[in-house]
Design a protein around this ligand. Structure first.
Ligand code: SF4
Ligand SMILES: [Zn+2]
Length: 123
């Protein structure tokens, strides 16, 4: 079971829970476990740290003073995520380039391996 923490009472709750079993705070939107409902802590608004506020793509009427929001995306987290993506992409590209450059070598190694297997199976 995946656990999450209730933003209201800070008790561990099932990440699929629609409401907190301890304090009855609503955790998910529309009663659906797959739709997270984000909640601002007391003195701030969600929009202040939201990606869609920063890039001006949000057109929800509650912006910029949203206390709860289903679409909220933390700007720091998404920055981290895209950096990780970039890193993963560049690693993949490096690997692909390496394989391309060393194709002949790889082919030779594969052939050698096949010969070895044949030799082993015939003895
Ligand atoms: S998606 Fe929600 S939290 Fe983000 S800017 Fe719009 S209303 Fe604010
Ligand atoms: Zn709670």
């Amino acid at each position: 079971m995946d656990t999450a923490t209730c933003p209201q009472c800070h008790q561990p709750v099932n990440s699929q829970a629609v409401t907190c079993p301890h304090c009855r705070t609503q955790l998910k939107a529309y009663g659906h476990p797959g739709i997270p409902l984000h909640r601002a802590s007391k003195e701030e608004y969600l929009c202040d740290s939201c990606t869609y506020h920063a890039d001006d793509t949000c057109n929800f009427p509650q912006r910029p003073h949203a206390k709860v929001c289903t679409l909220y995306e933390n700007i720091e987290e998404s920055k981290l995520y895209s950096e990780k993506q970039r890193y993963a992409n560049s690693f993949g590209a490096t690997l692909r380039n390496w394989i391309k450059r060393n194709q002949a070598l790889m082919l030779l190694l594969a052939l050698l391996l096949i010969c070895l297997l044949i030799a082993l199976s015939t003895t």
